[in-house]
Every structure is written in structure tokens, then in C-alpha cells.
Design a protein around this ligand. Structure first.
Ligand code: IMP
Ligand code: MG
Length: 176
């Protein structure tokens, strides 16, 4: 069962706020936005529409989750960047920080390519299951726990098209 957690309106307000903070940190400078596929495609496209800096956009895909609800803690790059990010201001755009394992590996990978700066922009910061020390620089929403879908975020490839962010509530009699 899906329960609405953040509405379209809540999301639009949060996205605008994030865009303003990013603009403030990089006055007039060029930014390379790295959209982590697939979960942050909708978030990234809304976010960059509010950014007035000269901007580039690139995509990266790593797999870590499969179709389960828990991170395996190991990631593989299945689609790498095409842009050269050396000397650039990079903003990594992620849907959710959960254990933090995914972003920690991605950040280390990006760091090796010697950008001028790296910031992390995450739509949702899920704090209860954090396993490694990593903090987002720009956070849309903070939640404790729970599995969320919608606004680009999936469960087993479903629900990405839902315009709101919803929480999946387990039915107590599931499987009976
Ligand atoms: P981490 O490595 O545990 O931080 O996992 C982060 C990734 O797991 C995110 O990029 C999401 O793709 C996925 N993920 C974590 N929590 C959720 C959730 O509640 N719904 C859907 N995907 C999630
Ligand atoms: Mg993801």
C-alpha cells in the first residue's frame, strides 16, 4: 500500500530551495551536474531548470540494489560519465542517501578525476540506516526510515511515474 509522504507541491518547494542554495555557493561559476540514474532523473531535470549558472549535465549509473530493499554495499559502474570533470565544480545529484555506501564509493571515484569541488545534493536523506560517515550538502527532505517510491524513485522498477513521494507500507497479512 502506498501512503503519500511529500506532495508535488512539497517537492517543488524543496527543489527551488535547493537550487537557490546551490546558486549561492557558486555565484556565476560553471557547474557540472551529475545525475545518478535512474532514481534522480526527475529530480535533476527539475533542479537544473531553476539554476541560472552556466551548467553542464552528465549521467552515471551504478548498480547496488537489484530488486531488493537493502543495499548490498558493493557497487559497479554500468554507465560512466562522458564529460571531463577535471577542474570543474561538480554537484552529484542523488535520489536517496540510505546506508551511504553508494555515495561514498561514487564520491571517491569522482574525487580521483580531480574536480575543483564536489558537492552532494540529495532529495532524501534517510538517516536511520547510515553505515558510513557521509553527509549531503543540499538535502530536500530528511526521514528516519521506511521505503519510499515516486518522483523517479522505484521499487523493482515500479512507481517512478508517481508524481508524489510515497512510502510503501507493508501489509501485516502479506503473504497469507
Ligand atoms: P545506499 O548505498 O544504502 O545509501 O543506497 C542508496 C541507493 O539505494 C539510492 O540511490 C536508492 O537508489 C536506493 N534506495 C535507498 N532507499 C530507498 C528507498 O526507500 N526507495 C527506493 N530506493 C532506495
Ligand atoms: Mg539510486
Amino acid at each position: 500500500m502506498l501512503k503519500k509522504l511529500f506532495s508535488k507541491k512539497d517537492i517543488a518547494t524543496a527543489v527551488k530551495r535547493l537550487a537557490l542554495s546551490i546558486e549561492k555557493d557558486f555565484p556565476g561559476e560553471e557547474i557540472v551536474f551529475i545525475c545518478l540514474l535512474k532514481g534522480s532523473f526527475m529530480f535533476t531535470s527539475d533542479l537544473i531548470r531553476h539554476i541560472r549558472n552556466p551548467s553542464r549535465i552528465d549521467f552515471m549509473r551504478v548498480s547496488s540494489y537489484g530488486n531488493t530493499m537493502h543495499s548490498k554495499g558493493k557497487i559497479t559502474v554500468t554507465k560512466d560519465l562522458e564529460e571531463d570533470i577535471k577542474g570543474k565544480n561538480v554537484v552529484i545529484v542523488e535520489d536517496i542517501i540510505d546506508s551511504g555506501l553508494t555515495l561514498k564509493s561514487i564520491r571517491a571515484m569522482i574525487q580521483k578525476r580531480k574536480p575543483k569541488s564536489i558537492k552532494i545534493c540529495a532529495l532524501i536523506d534517510k538517516r536511520a540506516r547510515r553505515k558510513v560517515k557521509i553527509e549531503g550538502d543540499y538535502i530536500g527532505f530528511t526521514i528516519d526510515d521506511g521505503f519510499v517510491v515516486g518522483y523517479g524513485i522505484d521499487y523493482a522498477e515500479q512507481y517512478r511515474n508517481c508524481p508524489d513521494i510515497c512510502i510503501i507500507e507493508k501489509r501485516h497479512n502479506a503473504g497469507k
